[in-house]
Design a protein around this ligand. Structure first.
Ligand code: F6R
Length: 269
């Protein structure tokens, strides 16, 4: 894993956007895997700015979101489809028919996973997957004890995840406890992964993901099995890392190398 530790959320957003931008400029028809939640918001804001001010085009980009709640319609204010429309898609030139979010209203939610996997396979697979991590170490909605080989499927959320996300629902509003999520096996098949984590509340999950044993108790730790993962952290999220100095040292040395030899070693495909 490449670990990049930056002073604050703004720096995390800008660096993440540099990486995603270089991927899209190299391959305008890039297949992006996308996450919702607070972690990628700064990245999305930056990408919108670059679209508006620097001609970064999403016209040919294809996207697959990690997950969607079961039981609320796509146009619900809290659906992940609405989140993506509001926080990225509508402010870019992306063709909405190229954007895919699992179907949380499928007549048979057990079929939604395989249907989604088929669509991913038809586009040739995800080039670059954006991820956040839950306070319990989940990625997508793969909660602790999820199979490290799991595929896109129906999952029951843990009480902690339901609580973490309850802030988005009114006190009397129906809050879903089920979701369709890409599996850990699905995520591990993507060509490149960008994990973003910020804030004190992520510090333990981040340490378990990077320095803990590979275990389904921390689904994020499965990323240790992927060859091309970049983790971008702010100092708060990095605070528990034992080898922090080493990661910083590696970053500095790699920055020099990258500047010298090529604009980015980032491109996936
Ligand atoms: C969202 C997702 C989740 C979040 C995680 C962190 O699509 O897949 O795994 O990335 O719950 O959420 P935030 O970023 O809100 O802390």
């Amino acid at each position: 894993m490449e670990i990049i530790i930056l002073p604050n959320e703004d720096a995390v957003a800008k660096r993440s956007a540099d990486l995603v931008e270089s991927q899209i400029r190299a391959f305008p028809d890039t297949v992006l895997g996308l996450a919702t939640g607070s972690s990628p918001l700064g990245l999305y804001r930056e990408l919108i700015n670059r679209h508006r001010d620097h001609g970064l085009s999403f016209q040919k980009v294809r996207t697959f979101n990690l997950d969607e709640y079961v039981g609320i319609p796509a146009d619900h204010t809290q659906s992940y489809r609405t989140f993506m429309d509001d926080n990225l898609f509508k402010a870019t030139d992306i063709d909405l028919s190229n954007t895919h979010v699992p179907d949380g209203m499928a007549e048979n939610p057990l079929d939604a996973g395989p249907t989604f996997e088929k669509k991913i396979a038809e586009t040739g697979g995800v080039d670059l997957q954006v991820l956040g991590i839950g306070t319990d170490g989940h990625i997508g909605f793969n909660e602790p004890t999820s199979s490290l080989r799991s595929r896109t499927r129906l999952k029951t959320l843990t009480k902690q995840t339901v609580e973490d996300n309850s802030r988005f629902f009114g006190p009397d509003e129906f809050q879903p406890k089920l979701a369709i999520t890409m599996g850990i096996g699905t995520i591990l098949e993507t060509r490149r992964i960008l994990m973003i984590a910020t804030g004190d509340n992520k510090a333990q999950a981040v340490q378990d993901m990077i320095e803990g044993p590979i275990s389904s108790i921390c689904p994020g730790s499965a990323l240790q099995l992927h060859e091309r993962v970049t983790v971008i952290l702010d100092e708060a999220a990095a605070q528990n890392l034992k080898y922090q100095e080493y990661y910083q040292h590696v970053s500095e040395i790699q920055d020099e190398l990258v500047k010298k030899h090529r604009p980015s070693d980032w491109i996936a495909r």
